[in-house]
Design a protein around this ligand. Structure first.
Ligand code: CP
Ligand code: NVA
Length: 305
């Protein structure tokens, strides 16, 4: 049975913890320039329907450094769902390649891709979730704190695909997750309930950012208008004004908290230059760890580790 990584919950708790361990081992090998080429002779198609910097660069670089060859397919190359049906392209690509990574708008398309592909499919973001990002984020927190005990993460901003992946991780690992968002911009209710019912984590959805960040170990934010919602950017800028992560909000945690952002960041909107550049900002460690987390995910899907 081939395995896919469409949601964090495609991995068990043990598999998630093992992914973090493997990511750190492979990261050390790459830093030491060891000759480690488990993907020798393998190819991966990377299908993009949306723009990307980190996802494209980290997957292509990671797969190459582990001995494989990755092909970048831009939104114009495949035009998924327009030029060709998802189920057709999934079967074609998996005849050529050992792995597929895709970044799509519609989450249903990602599920269809996984259903029809005979090669493992890795989700590089949909409108609904971004599982590789959250694996990299928790790996980064683990590296900085040394453990994941008594962890409070407060996400401030739009209840979007990033929040959905945090909620999925909260089903597998115990932590306190708070989402502070304007009314009407919360995450999917059914997913919030499912995360609560999993019985691992404490989940709160709040609308007062100052109260939400109190005592948080990590403050996390993301753009107010995601890809596909950019035409709402000006309206959202008004609705989200009180949710900017600035020095004042960082001080309201009452402790030295890490600042995280999946990037790309829009300075002077969801956060400020001062917070991005502050000494507790770990956004670039987080960006680097995209590659290391994904390498471990791909190795596990390929049955190579
Ligand atoms: N964080 C992230 O996925 O970045 P890109 O959109 O640049 O890939
Ligand atoms: N929520 C953002 C994440 C970008 C990595 C988006 O979907 O555009």
């Amino acid at each position: 049975m081939k395995k896919d990584f469409i949601a964090v919950t495609d991995f068990t708790t043990d598999e998630i913890l093992d992914t973090f361990k493997l990511a750190r081992e492979v990261k050390a090998k790459l830093k030491n320039r060891e000759n480690y080429r488990p993907f020798e002779g393998q190819t991966m198609s990377m299908i993009f329907a949306k723009p990307s910097a980190r996802t494209r660069i980290s997957f292509e670089t990671g797969f190459f450094r582990l001995g494989g060859h990755a092909l970048y397919l831009s939104p114009d190359d495949i035009s998924i769902g327009k030029r060709e049906a998802v189920k057709d392209i999934a079967r074609v690509v998996s005849r050529y390649n050992d792995m597929i990574m895709a970044r799509l708008f519609d989450h249903q398309h990602m599920l269809e891709m996984a259903e029809y592909s005979t090669a493992p499919v890795v989700n590089g973001l949909t409108d609904f979730n971004h599982p590789c990002q959250i694996m990299a984020d928790m790996l980064t927190i683990l590296e900085h704190r040394g453990n994941l005990e008594n962890l409070k993460i407060t996400y401030v901003g739009d209840g979007n695909n990033i929040v959905h992946s945090w909620l999925n991780l909260a089903k597998r690992l115990p932590f306190h997750f708070v989402c502070a968002c304007p009314e009407g911009y919360g995450p999917d209710n059914a997913l919030v309930e499912a995360a609560r019912n999993a019985g691992q984590s404490t989940i709160e959805i709040l609308h007062d950012p100052k109260a939400a960040v109190k005592g948080a170990d990590v403050i996390y934010t993301d753009v107010w208008a995601s890809m596909g919602k950019k035409e709402e950017a000006e309206e959202r800028a008004k609705q989200f004004q009180a949710f900017q992560v600035n020095d004042e909000l960082m001080a309201a945690t009452g402790k030295e908290s890490y600042f995280m952002h999946c990037l790309p960041a829009e300075r002077d909107r969801e956060t400020t230059d001062s917070v991005m550049e502050s000494k507790t900002s770990i956004v670039f460690d987080q960006a680097e760890n995209r590659m290391h987390a994904q390498n471990a995910i791909m190795l596990k899907l390929a049955g190579l580790a």
